[in-house]
Design a protein around this ligand. Sequence first.
Ligand SMILES: [Zn+2]
Ligand SMILES: [Zn+2]
Length: 110
Amino acid sequence: MKFCPRCGSIMSIDRVRKVLKCPRCGYEEAASGASLVLSTTIVHTEKEKIAVVEKSAGVPPNATLLRGHVTCPKCGHNEVYAWQMQTRAADEPPTTFYKCAKCGYMWREY
Ligand SMILES: [Zn+2]
Ligand SMILES: [Zn+2]
C-alpha cells in the first residue's frame, strides 16, 4: 500500500497502465514491479499448495506433536507432527498434514 505524496490518500493500482494513481487528486506515478506483485492475489491450485508443503521439509510453527494417536505408515513410530492447512475452497474442511517425528515421512489426510 502506498500513500499519495500530495494529499495522503491511499493510492490505487492501475494494472493495465502499470501506474499508481491517487483517486482523490489524480496524482500518478509509475508502479514498481514489487508493488504490482504484492497487490496481486496469487491463487494457487490445491496441487500447487500441497507441492509447496511437501517440498518444504520443515514443520510449520502451528504444528502439534501427537503422541500415540497417529502412527507413521512408513516406520511405525507413534510421535507425529500434525497441522491443518486450507488447500481448497474456504468453505471446505482443511487438509490435515502429518509428519513423522522420527523418519520425517509426510502424508496428508482429508
Ligand atoms: Zn492525492
Ligand atoms: Zn516414520
